[in-house]
Structures are given as structure tokens and as C-alpha cells.
Write a protein that binds this ligand. Sequence first.
Ligand code: NDP
Ligand code: F7E
Length: 360
Amino acid sequence: MKKDAKIYIAGHRGLVGSAILKNLKAKGYSNFVTRTHKELDLTDSTAVAHFFTSEKPEYVFLAAAKVGGIVANNTYRGDFIYANLMIQNNVIHQAYVHGVKKMMFLGSTCIYPKNCPQPMKEDYLLTDVLEYTNEPYAIAKIAGIKMCESYNLQYGTNFISVMPTNLYGPNDNFDLEKSHVLPALIRKMHLGKALENNDWDAIRKDLDQLPIEGVDGSADKDVIYSVLDKYGIQQKEDKVHLEIWGTGNPMREFLWSEDMADACVFLMENRDFADCYANDTKEIRNTHINIGTGEDIAIKDLAQLIKESIGFKGTLFFNTDKPDGTMKKLTDPSKLHGLGWKHTIGLQEGVQKVYAWYTK
Ligand SMILES: NC(=O)C1=CN([C@@H]2O[C@H](COP(=O)(O)OP(=O)(O)OC[C@H]3O[C@@H](n4cnc5c(N)ncnc54)[C@H](OP(=O)(O)O)[C@@H]3O)[C@@H](O)[C@H]2O)C=CC1
Ligand SMILES: C[C@H]1O[C@H](OP(=O)(O)OP(=O)(O)OC[C@H]2O[C@@H](n3cnc4c(=O)[nH]c(N)nc43)[C@H](O)[C@@H]2O)[C@@H](O)[C@@H](O)C1=O
């Protein structure tokens, strides 16, 4: 990519899109096209076609999607499959129609089977059934991978699909119902610590930034106690008890979002779709590359790590009415390592960084 190439970052305000924009700016790129969801609804085929006709981007990072944690995926199943299929169909197809030089599609490691051999290599795609809690989202992502592969093979496009593991960092979603585990636990423990310290300024500030069910910092203490209690932050006899969903036994791998962005830009700068071959199988598929750290942690240990990092002193309890999801989904990032990229931020450092960002 030339430094003045016109680059469209779809989803530039999100966790990953904002990190990609920051990374590109730091590397000297300057010619960006961005649209918020309100300005351009990517599920609207006509609007997306008009946008590509008028803006003619040369490179595209497709980091816009309907995204959420395990409960959001399981609850809003129709929304997840519809919005994601529409967004990716529109953007991928228009990228082809308008001769985009290179495009990157962001999938997710939930595309791999529920009981996938570990660590998960790229060529384990479509070898068994999926985890049910996020099956609609995963099916959409698999369709996106296969659409990129099919367009590359039929039309000679240069579309790269990457499959990131669970991500976290600045500009994440901290909604306590819809977010992923790491931002949810950061916020819950921040509020739990404020509650045990009777720090109402911190609690009110947090709720002003992001109200919970419409309850903001101006609400009465009783209302705030009750909404926190509902989301698993409960004060009983001067002790705060904090809910962790599921058994705490599932293993998850976490990658700092700015490392993820760096990997995306690295691949766009240095690689073509042909590099995405799963060369380690007899059957060569032109599909995708894993982006991960190759290290995972049990949710209960993650909770402990965040607890210590934030300085929350209360107790943790496990709500097994909430789903565990897949028990393990560790990427094998050796293909990415072989192409010349490796992550830099470990989990402990990343948790401290994201908590510093959150409190700021
Ligand atoms: N977060 C994670 O742990 C993981 C994420 N991924 C993938 O990475 C990509 C980025 O995810 P992430 O940054 O976390 O997501 P976020 O929810 O943080 O951001 C999503 C972005 O998409 C935009 N968007 C959503 N729907 C539409 C729409 N209909 N039209 C236009 N824009 C829309 C939003 O725009 P606006 O800001 O204007 O509302 C937002 O900027 C996604 O493809 C996701 O599937 C993969 C694995 C893990
Ligand atoms: C990135 C990935 O994200 C989603 O998959 P997931 O990894 O299962 O999502 P998650 O981060 O929400 O949960 C991870 C684990 O953590 C446990 N858990 C504990 N306590 C909280 C909690 O308070 N909130 C949440 N969200 N989870 C919690 C939770 O029960 C689960 O066992 C996919 O739907 C799909 O979108 C996808 O690709």
C-alpha cells in the first residue's frame, strides 16, 4: 500500500477498527475514508453501492460487524446472522465490483468446530459441528471466508480473511449484558471495588458514561444498588460478591486489540491472499489466517488476574445458569508467525493497559 492510498476502514470507531486507524496513521498513511453506522448502514445494499461508486477506495479493512459476547450471540441469533451476512455480502461484493486492490475480512475463531482438536489450525475449518451459542454468527463468518475465497478464485480479487481470537483493548464494548468477558469483568470489578470502598463518585461517573438499563449516575442509591445487583455486583453484610458467568472452567485466548491491528496492517502491507494457503494439508484451501497468541487461560483464572490487577477485594461466585460456550478454542498461530508477525502485549500487561484506559 502506498502511503497516500485511499483506505476505507469499515467500523473505524469499534474496538478493532479504531486500532487499525491508529496503527495506519502511526505508519504514515493519511488518506482515509470512514463512515459511522449512522452515516452508512452497511446492511443497505443500495447505499453501500453508492458509497463505493462515489468514494472508490483502493484498500478496504472490513472491521464492521454485529459483535457481542456469548449471551448476546445466543439471544439475538437472528440479528447476528442477518446483519453480518448483509454487511459482508455488500462490502465484499462492492469491493470486487469497484476493483479494490486488496481487502481484509475479519472473521473469528468461533468458525472452528465446538470440539476442535487443539490448538486449532486453519485447515480444521468445516470438519465438524459448531458451538451452538454462536452458531449464527459463526455461519455468517464462514460464509464471508468462503465468499472471499470464491471471489479470489473466480474473479482474481485479492481478499484476505483473518480469524482473530478473543480481543480486548480501548474502545471495547463494556455493556454488562452484551459485551465479551474481559471488558465485562473489568467493569464489574471496577464497580465492585467502588462499592466496597463506598466510592459513590466513581460509581456515578461510571453510570454517567454508560448507563445500565437507563440508570445513570443521577439515580437514587437504592435504584443503583438494585441494578448493580441484577448484573451480579451484590453487597451483602459489608462484603461485595461478584458474579462470573458459567463454571469458570472454559479456556479462552486473549489478544490486545492494537496487536490485532498491527497484524492486520502487516498482512495488508506484505501479503497477498495466496499466502493464506493452508499448506500443511494435502488439500490446499485458499482461505484464512489465524491471529492469536497461542496461549490461553481459564475464565476463573482470568477473573482472579483482573481482580488482583484492579484491587477488588470481594468474593467471586459462579452462575452456572449462564452458558459456558465452547470449553477451549486456542489458535495455532504458526502460519502467521511463519509469515513474520508475532504479538507483543501479554495478558497481564494488557489488562493493566485497558483498565488504565477505562478509568481515564
Ligand atoms: N471483539 C472481539 O473479541 C472479536 C472481534 N472479531 C471481529 O472483529 C471485527 C471488529 O469487531 P469489534 O471491533 O470488536 O466490534 P465493535 O462492536 O467494537 O465495532 C463494530 C463496528 O461496526 C460498525 N457497525 C456495526 N454494524 C454496522 C452497520 N450495520 N453499518 C455500519 N457499521 C456498522 C460499528 O459502527 P459505529 O461505531 O458507528 O456504531 C462499529 O464501529 C468484527 O468483524 C468481529 O466479528 C473477531 C473475533 C473477536
Ligand atoms: C469472540 C467470541 O466471543 C463469543 O464467544 P465467547 O468467547 O464464548 O464469549 P464471551 O467473551 O462472552 O465469554 C467467554 C466465557 O466467559 C464467561 N464469562 C464469565 N463471566 C462473564 C461475563 O460477565 N460476561 C461475559 N460475556 N462472559 C462471561 C462466559 O460464560 C464464557 O464461558 C462468541 O459469541 C463470538 O462472538 C466470538 O467469536
